[in-house]
Design a protein around this ligand. Structure first.
Ligand SMILES: [Zn+2]
Length: 166
């Protein structure tokens, strides 16, 4: 929580992530930092890349007169919201995974594929459809409501990734 807040407090509201371009305040990233190999370690727009002791000396952050951050109050509110959404994602992916397991989808060694659906617990109005690939055991799910949840389990992060959550 505190790390999230600190990260938000060290992130400039003008930062748009575009290397080589200009930020929302019109500052050229390249001109400000110089296009050296330590660009991302020295850019002032985002949380420090390295947080080990002495990092600030080894990779001095370039000052920017346009740097503007949100207030601590807003940062704390944002961090709360992000945590809440993350928790919802974990909850819903676990619920659907448990349902799929209960139906025996993807269970080894049979490797049975299967799909089913339920009333979407997020938007309530939509139908949440999910399918388990018998060969991989991975689950994919999406809600019929266009901008609701959708996710796909991947190998690197068992459980939940590639999730759109609005
Ligand atoms: Zn939904």
């Amino acid at each position: 929580m505190n790390n999230e807040v600190e990260d938000l407090l060290s992130r400039c509201i003008h930062f748009n992530g575009a290397i080589g371009g200009r930020c929302e305040a019109g500052i050229s990233y390249k001109e400000l930092v110089g296009s050296d190999s330590e660009f991302w370690a020295r850019i002032p727009c985002r949380p420090p890349l390295f947080k080990f002791e002495g990092a600030a000396i080894r990779f001095p952050i370039v000052p920017c007169e346009k740097k503007t951050t949100v207030s601590r109050e807003i940062a704390e509110e944002k961090a709360r919201l992000v945590r809440h959404q993350l928790q919802q994602r974990l909850n819903i992916s676990k619920i659907v995974r448990d349902l799929a397991n209960a139906k025996g989808f993807g269970r080894q060694p049979e490797g049975q594929s299967g799909s089913s659906e339920l009333q979407c617990p997020v938007c309530i109005t939509g139908t949440l459809r999910y399918a388990v690939d018998g060969a991989t055991g991975k689950l994919a799910a999406s809600c019929t409501t266009g901008d609701c949840v959708r996710w796909q389990e991947e190998d690197r992060f068992p459980g939940i990734t590639s999730l759109n959550f609005k």
